[in-house]
Design a protein. Structure first.
Length: 332
């Protein structure tokens, strides 16, 4: 029985079941603890390695499943979370939708607008949800920033500047494998690009883009892009995999500037600071601590329950995929 076929009393009693396709570090470290606090029941985790699935499942009390296709057939799985390498997102999202499952897909979802439209179209045909996981958007610091901008705290917005860079890690890791969809643009550049769309209006034009490639690794390790909306507001986004850690964005307006100092990956216990500069004064606003992954799974579950919430998530997924593809094409 589908969730939408349940009576109100049955729906209130039944928690949706979720399975995880792949035992990636992000799933173990951030997603599983959040799911266990969320409105979902964690039903199963799947890996191509039975030992790995059993190891992850042992700490959660859920089922261990060998193979991703087997998880899609597992009883009680209404939805799936897909934290696989980027190159496998589209295939397993499609298979999950064809199996009648709602899908939360790790960012970056897919590399082209055409693929994004195919998946969202399939979801809509089947009465399902597909949602891209940009967990940072679920942290309350961004709601605080939106409220301040709406209240005119910095006057009229003139420009956005976003930066996300992380230090080098194991060169054999997934983020450095071109065939798995690695590289700086996909791994970290997607964050400031996605954040910019929260503040600039309409479809964004790509004015310029540059990627720096490492010949030995075979992937881009740093880059930048300049975007503009129809009102002339610009967004400059910088990113890299060979940098000192930096995770920030600022909004510069006609009467001030607002800076989020730890915008993309704050810990669950962190209380990020927003710095508001207005003429001759500076105000520091401390955001509450929050588990942004718990926010993601709560939002995902809400849209699983409420079909009217799904079109917005589908539009966001297509918009992001389209913009990222145009940035990549512009960089050559």
């Amino acid at each position: 029985m589908d969730l939408e076929d349940l009576t109100p009393d049955q729906e209130s009693e039944r928690r949706a079941g979720i399975g995880i396709i792949g035992c990636a570090d992000i799933a173990v470290r951030r997603a599983i603890p959040a799911i266990r606090k969320s409105p979902f029941d964690l039903v199963a985790v799947a890996s191509r390695s039975p030992a790995k699935a059993e190891s992850v499942a042992a700490d959660t009390g859920c089922a261990a499943v060998e193979g991703y296709e087997a998880l899609l057939r597992a009883p009680g799985v209404d939805a799936v979370y897909v934290p696989l390498p980027n190159s496998e997102h589209a295939e397993w999202a499609r298979r999950a939708l064809e199996a009648g499952k709602h899908v939360l897909i790790e960012k970056p979802a897919v590399p082209s607008a055409g693929t994004a439209r195919m998946l969202t179209g399939l979801a809509e045909e089947r009465g399902l949800l597909i949602m891209e996981n940009f967990a940072f958007l679920r942290h309350p610091q961004h709601d605080l920033a939106q409220d301040l901008i709406a209240e005119g705290a910095i006057g009229e917005l003139r420009s956005f500047n976003g930066v996300f860079g992380i230090p080098p890690t194991d060169p054999n890791g997934i983020k450095y494998q071109a065939e798995l969809g690695g590289g700086a643009l996909w791994e970290v550049g997607c964050y400031p690009v996605r954040a910019a769309q929260e503040y600039l209006g309409g479809a964004l034009e790509v004015l310029g883009a540059s990627l720096e490639f490492d010949a030995k690794l075979g992937v881009d390790v740093s880059g930048a892009t300049l975007l503009r909306d129809g009102s002339g507001v610009t967004a400059h986004c910088s990113f890299g995999l060979s940098h000192g850690y930096r995770s920030t964005y600022d909004l510069w307006g006609s009467e001030g500037r607002l800076t989020l100092e730890w915008a993309f990956t704050p810990s669950r216990e962190a209380r990020p600071v927003l710095r508001l500069e207005q003429r001759d004064r500076e105000t520091r606003i401390v955001a509450p601590a929050s588990d942004q992954f718990l926010g993601v799974f709560s939002a995902f579950q809400a849209a699983v329950r409420d079909a009217s919430a799904r079109p917005a998530h589908h539009r966001e997924l297509v918009r992001q995929a389209d913009l990222m593809a145009r940035i990549r094409a512009h960089a050559g």
